[in-house]
Design a protein around this ligand. Structure first.
Ligand SMILES: *[C@@H]1O[C@H](CO)[C@@H](O)[C@H](O)[C@H]1NC(C)=O
Ligand SMILES: *[C@@H]1O[C@H](CO)[C@@H](O)[C@H](O)[C@H]1NC(C)=O
Ligand SMILES: *[C@@H]1O[C@H](CO)[C@@H](O)[C@H](O)[C@H]1NC(C)=O
Ligand SMILES: *[C@@H]1O[C@H](CO)[C@@H](O)[C@H](O)[C@H]1NC(C)=O
Length: 245
């Protein structure tokens, strides 16, 4: 699976951004490994990773109440059927991560994913269902929550299938995820590019206690047409379903 990051600047923020550029501080975070600890400030890059594996692979000795970070060697993810994608988005920038699944399919790697970073201060999301032989979910929103610049939590934000309600090409799984039939995916002989789109947002505070509010922006922009600018690429990943069926 190939991973890329796309970044968008929204017009509405250009005024704020241009004043920031005058004091452009660049990337001061020199930690590039997802399994190391760091604290960040706005405009730093931040490295985290997403592991694909079976749901049980994320739990210590299959104990469903003890989910460990993939950085924890007790999990021995590397000896299991798993795959890891590493990303380095800019802190507090709205980003869309894409994971190209044309050559390998998430259901071949257990079908669940966990986002994670840190070692002593390990943070990880809950496992999110991506795909099995019947259904594939392609669109996600991940929130990275920081406190004084240290990652505290990663969580998947769901919108309760609002985007696919009434669309026969999608099935709403567990009242939270819009899924399509895996047999329609290119990597299973179908015609849809089932690459994953993961919209990122940041919340909390950086190490100077500056408030990270890209999450706030994503939430609020949903109601304005400007959001359309940003969601173009995400839509290019999802709108194809409407054309094809
Ligand atoms: C966990 O469960 C899976 C499937 O139920 C099994 O194959 C595996 O051996 C178990 N692992 C441990 C450490 O018990
Ligand atoms: C699972 O882990 C919890 C918390 O560590 C522990 O209380 C419980 O006994 C464990 N269950 C099993 C079946 O090992
Ligand atoms: C994924 O990769 C394939 C082959 O390189 C390409 O044809 C396709 O457009 C890519 N999909 C996305 C969403 O980038
Ligand atoms: C695939 O996942 C869905 C939703 O979690 C579940 O209802 C279904 O039974 C699964 N199918 C297979 C073949 O595992």
């Amino acid at each position: 699976m190939a991973a890329t990051t796309h970044r968008y600047l929204l017009l509405i923020f250009l005024a704020a951004v241009s004043s920031l550029l005058l004091v452009e501080s660049g990337d001061t975070n020199h930690i590039y490994r997802p399994c190391s600890d760091t604290t960040v400030q706005r405009s730093d890059g931040f490295t985290f990773a997403i592991a694909f594996a079976s749901r049980t692979a994320f739990f210590y000795k299959n104990n469903s109440s003890l989910q460990l970070s993939p950085c924890d060697s007790r999990l021995s993810l590397s000896s299991q059927n798993s795959q890891i994608s590493v990303f380095r988005p800019k802190v507090d920038e709205i980003s869309l991560l894409t994971i190209n699944t044309s050559s390998s399919s998430p259901d071949n790697y257990g079908g669940y994913m966990v986002a994670f970073a840190g070692r002593k201060y390990a943070a990880r999301s809950l496992p999110a269902f991506v795909a099995n032989s019947t259904y594939t979910v392609t669109s996600f929103t991940l929130v990275l929550e920081f406190k004084k610049g240290r990652l505290q939590n990663l969580y998947w934000k769901r919108d309760g299938c609002t985007r696919c309600t009434g669309n026969n090409n999608f099935v709403c799984l567990n009242n939270q995820d819009c899924a399509i039939r895996t047999s329609n995916c290119k990597n299973h002989g179908g015609s849809v590019d089932c690459s994953l789109g993961i919209q990122l947002a940041f919340s909390g505070t950086d190490k100077h206690l500056a408030v990270l509010n890209s999450w706030y922006e994503v939430e609020n922009l949903r109601q304005y047409s400007l959001f359309g600018l940003y969601s173009n690429l995400r839509n290019s990943l999802t709108s194809q379903y409407n054309k094809i069926f």
